[in-house]
Design a protein around this ligand. Structure first.
Ligand code: MG
Length: 467
């Protein structure tokens, strides 16, 4: 049986803190309803009151991006910050630029949400997203309107530097051997999002022959929704087949995530993508891989095969990124991290999910292999996962009841309840935004997964009847 190490058991307190406005990935809402210029101006004023110096602002391709970017810039400048507008670019590109050139950043994005949404992500000077404790201070300033508004001689300046995005694309191209993608055809589907301006350029820079679909910037997202889910990727799959390409890559709206189809146009499940990349990295450099408790055991199985180990965190890329950085500071060899949703973090590059970098690593994997992507995926061990969403008014009662019912099994409370029973494990986790719990059960043995899922449902069903 595999031992699961959580940051807590290593003496690291990575705990989620409840926030009023910001979620796991910044603040988001429907434009004109809950996401208004007033709110974004307040965020700019609050951030400018907390962080001084040069602040970078960027946005994804949404129709409301320019308006909201101007609102956050106005707040930052009024609070005395010098603002540099980096224009439209992926979130990881802005994070990279902040890490190298700025004292902080604000990204106007709603990531994978539909076109009517937008939001703000705050970037710290080291390029990571703002953590819970600082975000709570930021929220406190917004709600109490505690802003450090400057007088005329201290107001900040505003400039534009849209060419800076080239630093990011150049760094990714330089991270692998020159022309590593020669003789390889690939297809890119940025979904009309921010990666339209970066990923085709990166892959061309690697020497690949690049085809693209939905690669024109358009905030109406006419080709597909910003979430790169299976149903939206038929065009990508068709183009991969008709061009004889080695793979197809698709991004979400702000391109911190990348998902793939193989040379036959078959969608690669994101945990398999994660495991394939972990295999590539740990084969050469076995070390610590960091991932949330929701990731498939497939990842741990691959990492351990090469002599590495896995550290688990609460669900959310910020917890993964910060745990990676903290472990490195403690002298651990952290080689890779990420989530089972196509959001992968390469610590030699930066501490955030990066879709452009992920596409580049896929080119490197295939350039170093005689086998096509479909075969590499088929060679991975198979795990069976069952997922269910349960609507319930008081998820916390259900969690406690399950903890009691399953006390004979191994329970980890890094995020929700992670229960290990023999060769199966389950994660039962309340949603952060809706009155529901998510249940996932997984095992290499299909029958073990089914039986454990049924056992959990037998505990859960009577509670639902009394709701
Ligand atoms: Mg995203």
């Amino acid at each position: 049986m595999c031992t699961r190490i959580s940051p807590e058991s290593q003496g690291m307190a990575v705990k989620k803190l409840e926030k009023r406005l910001f979620g796991t990935n910044g603040v988001r809402g429907i434009v004109g309803k809950d996401m208004t210029p007033d709110l974004v101006l307040s965020i700019g004023l609050a951030l400018g009151s907390m962080r001084k110096g040069r602040i970078a602002v960027g946005r994804d391709s949404r129709t409301s991006g320019e308006s909201l970017a101007n609102a956050v810039k106005a707040g930052l400048m009024a609070a005395g910050c010098d603002v540099v507008d980096c224009g439209m670019l992926p979130t990881p590109a802005l994070q990279y630029l902040v890490m190298h050139h700025f004292d902080g950043g604000a990204m106007i994005t709603a990531s994978h949400n539909p076109p009517e949404y937008n939001g703000v992500k705050i970037i710290e000077p080291d390029g990571t997203e703002m953590g819970d404790e600082q975000t709570l201070l930021l929220e406190e300033r917004i709600f109490s309107r505690n802003f450090d508004v400057k007088s005329w001689e201290q107001v900040g300046s505003g400039t534009t530097a849209t060419q800076l995005v080239n630093d990011y694309t150049d760094a990714i191209i330089r991270s692998v051997p020159e022309n590593i993608g020669r003789n390889m055809s690939v297809v890119v589907d940025p979904g009309c999002g921010a990666a339209s301006v970066t990923t085709p350029k990166i892959l061309t820079g690697l020497g690949c022959r690049v085809f693209s679909i939905n690669a024109q910037v358009d905030g109406h997202f006419p080709g597909r929704l910003p979430e790169p889910s299976l149903d939206g990727l038929k065009g990508l799959a068709d183009l991969v087949r008709s061009t004889g390409s080695a793979f197809g890559v698709a991004h979400d709206g702000d391109a911190d995530r990348a998902v793939f189809v193989d040379e036959n146009g078959r969608f690669i499940e994101e945990n398999q993508e994660f495991a394939l990349v972990a295999d590539h990295i740990c084969r050469k450099h076995p070390g610590v891989v960091v991932t949330p408790v929701s990731s498939s055991l497939l990842v741990e199985t691959i990492v351990k095969k090469h002599g590495g180990s896995v550290v688990y965190t609460p669900v959310g890329s910020i917890y993964v990124a910060r745990t990676m950085r903290d472990l490195l500071e403690k002298g651990e060899t952290v080689v890779f991290g990420g989530e089972g949703n196509g959001g992968l973090i390469f610590p030699d590059h930066q501490f955030c999910r990066d879709g452009g970098m992920t596409a580049t690593v896929m080119v490197a994997i295939l350039a170093g292999s005689d086998l096509p992507l479909s075969t590499l995926i088929d060679q991975l061990p198979v795990f069976h996962m069952i997922k269910e969403k349960i609507r319930i008014a008081h998820p916390e009662h259900l969690i406690e009841l399950l903890a009691e019912s399953c006390k004979a099994y191994h329970i980890d409370r890094t995020d929700g309840l992670r229960i290990t029973k023999g060769d199966a494990w389950a994660l039962v986790r309340p949603s952060g935004t809706e009155p529901l719990v998510r249940v996932m059960v997984e095992s290499a043995v299909p029958d073990s997964a089914r039986k454990f899922f049924q056992e959990l449902m037998d505990y859960i069903s009577p509670v639902l009847k009394h709701e």
